[in-house]
Design a protein around this ligand. Structure first.
Ligand code: C2O
Length: 550
């Protein structure tokens, strides 16, 4: 591989959407941010200079970061933030991954505007296991707020209530023509007939699981989270925040000048049909008759996609059931066959009692909180990885994350709040190369969306999932150890469970959290500490000298 150098200047820029101009945090003045393009096996070096008043970190979401935990990026987990006027160089290699990932800010809610694609091409001379795409097209979903998102989340945390929702969904930063005052901010993809386009879908939205469809076209899913899957056809893609999906779009032979909406709308919070909470882009077929693209803006798109109904759990089950690893000799599924440690985590969104001297705006005067095994994770004021590495963990974290015995969860009806939740900075410690099985059971008492749980530093295999309570006796026997999908973010279904396996072969401190940003803010997060192995190539090297200080 080769080394690819990038310079990311974090700077403010004025951006106008929905007829309002707003100063936002950007990389190099671009929104969405610049794309990183590399091949499997390359090294990527990104020099980040912070010119804004906010503390910033960047995370390379889904990059394995094998023994490069110092470059992972979550604030107060692997590093202290880069302060105003300071810089930090992220230096990592891309090992054994090819497909689409993305980078985003990993502190507070700055990722609402700080994000961009990571495109990982196969090694030179290694073909795709599907038709060679004529073109690669990143399609990033996001959310646009008229308000300042830092104010939105800090107000929500102060009042204990839910934050204001965004004003629009976006494709590549553009809300599209269904929103007021937005027609000129529409993503347009002009295509030729009879070609294969690789659409690299990225859900960078803060808080919404999305459906994506293109009118009159089916899509072939070929890869998720930078791992190839067995190709399958679908009219609609379901994609959670933190997930990426590569789809092949085969254009029709004979549609000169025709236009189609390509759209995304939320799985849960929006209306059930194509409506004005839908972001629409336009797919337009090249028209050999027209001499210029001037005709483009005069025509109206004629075709709208049909979406599954709102909150369609059968679609969810069916779609996720089709996701299978390619599992070939060249791209094997290395599922851990045996298990050293089994864990059962409850993943819950709920409410906790309002502190005495406060009035709270959550359900029945409580405040929203979220937890894993009833621990709402408290961020430390210094980075966990440094504290561990330099033997200064006392008063920073405790290695006593409560590990529930493997047992079915009993729903206890619909309590107004969960008084069992405590706050703490607690980690699970794993010896190097521990083979882990983790069952996550949703116990949310509010909300109907699945929780997209994201694990840093690893890919995992999704060996099972279901609705209702996990039943070890019955469900474990049905785990798929042959071709389960391998990924870095998985939906824990609302009122259901998911089981994953991974090998803890990467020393460091690895964050795991719900990628619905508001749930992370409420505490739906924890961290794993994976210890060094005994061989030199099983140890985390010391940090780079420019690692920021708190
Ligand atoms: Cu994309 Cu910890 O996040």
């Amino acid at each position: 591989g080769i080394t690819r150098h990038y310079k990311f200047d974090i700077q403010m820029a004025n951006v106008t959407r929905l007829c309002q101009t707003k100063s936002i945090v950007t990389v190099n003045g671009q929104f969405p941010g610049p794309k990183i393009v590399a091949r499997e096996g390359d090294r990527v070096i990104v020099r980040v200079v912070n010119h804004v008043q906010y503390n910033v970190t960047l995370h390379w979401h889904g990059i394995r970061q094998l023994r490069t935990g110092w470059a992972d990026g979550p604030a107060y987990v692997t590093q202290c933030p880069i302060q105003t006027g300071h810089s930090y160089v992220y230096n990592f290699s891309i090992v054994g991954q090819r497909g689409t990932l993305f980078w985003h800010a990993h502190i507070s809610w700055l990722r609402s505007t700080l994000y961009g694609p990571i495109i990982i091409l196969p090694k030179l001379g290694v073909p795709y296991p599907f038709v060679k795409p004529y073109k690669n097209v990143p399609v990033i979903f996001g959310e646009w707020w008229k308000a300042d998102t830092e104010a939105v989340i800090s107000q929500a945390l102060q009042t204990g209530g839910g934050p204001n929702v965004s004003d629009a969904y976006t494709i590549n930063g553009l809300p599209g023509p269904l929103y007021n005052c937005s027609a000129k901010d529409t993503f347009k993809l002009k295509v030729k007939p009879g070609r294969a386009y690789l659409l690299r879908l990225i859900n960078a939205a803060l808080n919404d699981e999305l459906f994506f469809s293109i009118a009159n076209h089916s899509l072939t899913v070929v890869d998720v989270d930078a791992v190839y899957v067995k190709p399958f056809e679908t009219n609609t893609v379901l994609i959670s925040p933190g997930q990426t999906t590569n789809v092949l779009l085969r254009t029709k032979p004979n549609y000169p000048g025709a236009m189609f909406f390509m759209s995304a709308r939320p799985f849960v919070t929006g209306a059930g049909t194509f409506d004005n909470s839908t972001v629409a882009g336009i797919l337009e077929y090249h028209d050999p008759e027209s001499l210029s693209s001037a005709s483009f803006n005069r025509k109206l798109p004629l075709f709208k996609p049909a979406f599954p109904p709102l909150n369609d759990t059968s679609f969810f089950a069916n779609y996720t059931g089709k996701l299978r690893s390619l599992a070939t000799a060249r791209f094997p599924a290395n599922v851990p066959r045996s298990v050293d440690r089994r864990f059962f985590f409850t993943v819950g969104l709920g409410a906790s009692p309002c502190p005495e001297n406060q009035t709270c705006q959550g359900p029945n005067g409580t405040k929203f909180s979220a937890s894993i095994n009833n621990v709402s994770f408290a961020m430390p004021s210094t980075a966990l990885l440094q504290a561990h590495f330099f033997g200064r963990s006392r008063n920073v974290y405790a290695p006593d994350f409560p590990v529930a015995p493997l047992m079915p969860f009993n729903y206890t009806g619909n309590p107004p709040n969960n008084t069992l939740v405590t706050n703490g900075t607690k980690l699970v410690v794993l010896p190097f190369n521990t083979s882990v099985e983790l069952v996550m059971q949703d116990t949310s008492i509010v909300g109907a969306e699945s929780h997209p749980l994201h694990l840093h530093g690893f890919n995992f295999f999704v060996v099972g999932q279901g609705f209702g309570n996990f039943n070890p006796a019955k469900d474990q026997a049905k785990f798929n150890l042959v071709d389960p999908v391998e990924r870095n973010t998985v939906g824990v279904p609302a009122g259901g469970w998911v089981a994953i396996r991974f090998l803890a072969d990467n020393p460091g401190v690895w964050f795991m959290h719900c990628h619905l940003e508001v749930h992370t803010s409420w505490g739906l997060k924890m961290a794993w500490l994976v210890l060094d192995g005994s061989l030199p190539n099983q140890k985390l090297p010391p940090p780079p000298s420019d690692l920021p200080k708190c």
